[in-house]
Structure formats: C-alpha cells, structure tokens
Design a binder for this molecule. Sequence first.
Ligand SMILES: Nc1nc2c(ncn2[C@@H]2O[C@H](COP(=O)(O)OP(=O)(O)O)[C@@H](O)[C@H]2O)c(=O)[nH]1
Ligand SMILES: [Mg+2]
Length: 273
Amino acid sequence: MPDPSLLILIPAYNEEARIEPMLRSYADFFGRNYSGKFQLVVVLNGCRDNTLGVVQRVAKDFPSIGWLDFPAAIGKGGALIEGLKLAGNADLIGYVDADGATEPKAFLDLVKKIGAADCVIGSRWLPGAVIHQAQAGNRRFASRVFHSIVQGMFWMNIRDTQCGAKVMKREVVEKIHPTLRIADMAFDINLLFSIRRAGYKILEVPTEWTDKAGSKVALGRSSLTMFLSTVRIRLIYSPFYKLLKPLRPLETWAYRKLRAPLPLASTESEKRE
Ligand SMILES: Nc1nc2c(ncn2[C@@H]2O[C@H](COP(=O)(O)OP(=O)(O)O)[C@@H](O)[C@H]2O)c(=O)[nH]1
Ligand SMILES: [Mg+2]
C-alpha cells in the first residue's frame, strides 16, 4: 500500500530570500522517500517582494509544487484558512514554515506518527527535541510567557502550540474548518483548541528544529496581537460572547493599530454587521 496522499501547505510572506532551498529540499526529499501522492502548495499573501517569481521558477523543476496567491494582507492564519480549503484533495494535510526550520525528514517523521492520532504536532519543548539553532533569548522568553497564558486559559496541556510543523487527517480539517477565524500567528491556538473541542486526538512529538535568520515576526506587536486573539478565542467559547458585541469596534481598532490581520467573521449575523 502506498503512503496516504499528502498535502503540505507553506504559508509565505516576503520569503524570496529563504524559500527556494526549502522548496527544493521538500520536493526532492518527498519525491524520493514518500510512496503516496504528495503536493506542496505555497500560500502567499500581500508579498512585497518576488516570492511568487521564486516559487514559479522552482515549480518548473518540480510538478509537485503549486501556489495560491492572495493580494490582501490576510496573515499567516488567513493564508492557512484559505489553503485548508484544499483539504478534499488529500488524506493528510499539513503545514510547515517557508524558512526550512523543519527539515523534510523531521516533517516526514510527524506524518509517519499519525497512526492512531488525528493530528500530530512538532514540539521544540518536549524532552527529546533536537534544537540545532535555538530562537533568540527574548523570543524563547516570550514563547514561555505565551505558553503559560494559553495553558491557563485553555488547559490543553500542549507544550509547544506554536511550532510551525503540523499534520492532520482530512476528516479533522473538514470538521473544524468553519470554526477557524484567527488570521494572525495565534491561528495555531484556534486550530488546536477546535480540534480538541471536536473530540479529536492531538499527539505532540519532539521534533528537530533549526531557527533561521530573517523572521517575519515583530516581537512586540506580534505578542500583543497574539494575546488579543487568544483572549478572543477564549471568549468565543464563553457564554459572555454575545454580551461583548458592543466592544467589537474597539477590537477592530486594536487589530488595526497593531497592523494585524482582522479575524474572520464567521456567522451570517456577524458578516452583516
Ligand atoms: N501567508 C503568510 N505567511 C506568513 C505571514 N507572516 C508570516 N508568515 C509565514 O509564517 C512562517 C513563520 O514565520 P517566521 O517569520 O519564520 O516566524 P518565526 O520563525 O516564528 O520567527 C513563514 O513561513 C512565514 O513566511 C503572513 O502574513 N502571511
Ligand atoms: Mg522561522
């Protein structure tokens, strides 16, 4: 039996300098080591550099590479919400950063572990993780503060919600897709909490990781945005959510001020507002 068909989404924002080696190594590695069908789809949005040109050039060498390009600044989460609409094309759907922080072999290890779980996520914070190059001290500190906040609010007992490498079964993606709204980097919390709430099993496994220079994350603004979005996710699932409607303009103002992508409206009534 061949391996299950696999779709890997790669969110990319101004990645012309980092994405080429990553794309080549994934297309080449999976071509040689994966017996099922696989597809790499780069999801770009609002790039002000030539990421698209680079992706198109590399795609000429590898038919497994495709792309989606959105002109608006919809954020990493927004891009993944769009990309996950392609879930019907594959048995397993994953995503991974464009900078090559996760080597293809490490990603394949996650795919191979899916077995009894519904979602497998790479973890840099579980014993057994191999970190070739760690994030800067201030990023690691912010990451742990964020982790405590997320743990205090959601009790998911996941050590690393933010690692860029995740893989899910198609059924999971299709089931939870309508509940995905967060467009910024807190998208992962939205995704994981939705998966848990739907009763699916998340397996967190130690992974191999190399931090890459050229991060697109502005620490101060990003932390505030992620905090705002995390509170928002918590409130969506609280009985008070409806009562907070009058605060919506304030929330919109805050996202704008932080130059962060706005969360998606989900229900018809929210859309009409
Ligand atoms: N489509 C899209 N991708 C984004 C956006 N912001 C970040 N990314 C991607 O998200 C991934 C992780 O970003 P990165 O800068 O490496 O984050 P870090 O490693 O946590 O510092 C990379 O593939 C980025 O290109 C965005 O606004 N839109
Ligand atoms: Mg990175």
